[in-house]
Design a protein around this ligand. Structure first.
Ligand SMILES: [Zn+2]
Ligand SMILES: [Zn+2]
Ligand SMILES: [Zn+2]
Length: 134
């Protein structure tokens, strides 16, 4: 393990480790789950650092974030299958959203117009709750 303790280098190492763990996870995972996985594989990383790294990854658009019905923050590697985002113009936080109606609508519109091999991108931009209340 690196003995380099300059803040920026340490931050990078931890961010990479968290992103790697996120990439291997199946679906959405909590910070606690990721932390457990990282420490099981020998990483010396604190839970608070995992949280901080996850927030940076979400702001950088590398990870998606959502809040479960139980109010728990869950995270996922953004490079997984097709999905949509709510993106904050203030802080850049990226929330994954369900858009089942949009899928049906896009497919229907394409079919009605005789299009095949279609794809789409739907991202919604605005200000998150935190930025709205600033
Ligand atoms: Zn995403
Ligand atoms: Zn925001
Ligand atoms: Zn879609």
């Amino acid at each position: 393990m690196s003995k380099d303790t300059t803040p920026s280098r340490r931050q990078t190492w931890q961010k990479d480790a968290v992103l790697h763990a996120l990439g291997k996870a199946q679906g959405f995972v909590s910070a606690q789950q990721l932390h457990r996985q990282l420490t099981q594989h020998g990483s010396v990383i604190g839970l608070a650092t995992v949280y901080r790294s996850l927030n940076t990854l979400v702001t950088d658009g590398l990870a998606d974030w959502l809040v479960s019905k139980e109010g728990e923050s869950l995270f996922r590697d953004c490079s997984h299958d097709h999905h949509h985002h709510l993106i904050c113009n203030g802080c850049g936080i990226t929330v994954e959203i369900e858009a089942k109606q949009a899928e049906a609508w896009a497919n229907k519109v394409a079919k009605d117009n005789g299009f095949s091999d279609v794809s789409h991108t739907i991202d919604i931009f605005g200000l998150c709750k935190k930025c709205t209340n600033k």
